[in-house]
Design a protein around this ligand. Structure first.
Ligand code: MG
Length: 202
């Protein structure tokens, strides 16, 4: 199983980090060892003093393929969930400034929080609200209608480079409002009114 992540897929998030609006999707990956075990707390790694939450809609690939056409892409995923793409922002800034890959700041153990998955038919995936509460106060909210690249466009794009297999996950990018976590924070993630997970930071 591989985890493909999209960066800068919401205009206001790209702007809050001072990045240009991309003309094609920004892609990176996390290994399966990045997945935080269900029910576990998230431990801030010792190599960062600025770990950020990034709440994202996650697609689960249900039918593999290569060179998937955009018009057929919706047939390749039938479940969605939410995830957090934890990012060591201080380390990422250092890597970016040196023109180096981001993996150390994005793909470390525990950096991928993933909820249970639900049938996409339960939601209007083109116009779906999702939000993250930090210590019971809203920290992030997004709507999938604000994505620069739709799930179908993302699948068509990435499958030109990577064969998609059943069970692969795609993190579709975070909306504005990313921020730092500190010890004892509690994060709660909602897809519309449905609470998908709670997470304690250590
Ligand atoms: Mg992200």
């Amino acid at each position: 199983m591989k985890i493909i992540c999209i960066g800068r897929n919401y205009v206001q998030h790209a702007q809050e980090l001072g990045n240009e609006i991309p003309s094609s999707p920004v892609i990176f990956m996390k290994p399966d060892t990045a997945v935080l075990k269900k029910g576990s707390d998230f431990y801030i790694p010792e190599f960062s003093n600025d770990v950020h939450y990034e709440l994202e809609v996650v697609l689960k690939i249900s039918k593999g393929g290569k060179y998937i056409q955009e018009e057929n892409a919706s047939k390749h995923f039938d479940e969605i969930g939410l995830g957090i793409d934890f990012t060591a922002r201080d380390l990422q800034s250092e890597l970016k400034s040196k023109g180096l890959p981001w993996e150390l700041s994005k793909a470390f153990d525990g950096s991928a929080v993933i909820s249970e998955f639900y049938s996409k038919d339960e939601f209007d995936i083109k116009n779906m609200n999702f939000s993250l509460l930090k210590n019971k106060e809203e920290a992030q909210n997004g709507n999938t209608s604000l994505m620069i690249f739709s799930p179908e466009k993302i699948i068509a794009f990435v499958s030109q480079y990577f064969t998609l297999r059943v069970g692969d996950l795609i993190f579709t990018g975070t909306p504005k409002g990313v921020g730092k976590v500190t010890e004892n924070d509690q994060l709660d993630a909602f897809l519309e009114d449905k609470k998908l997970f709670s997470l304690r930071i250590q």
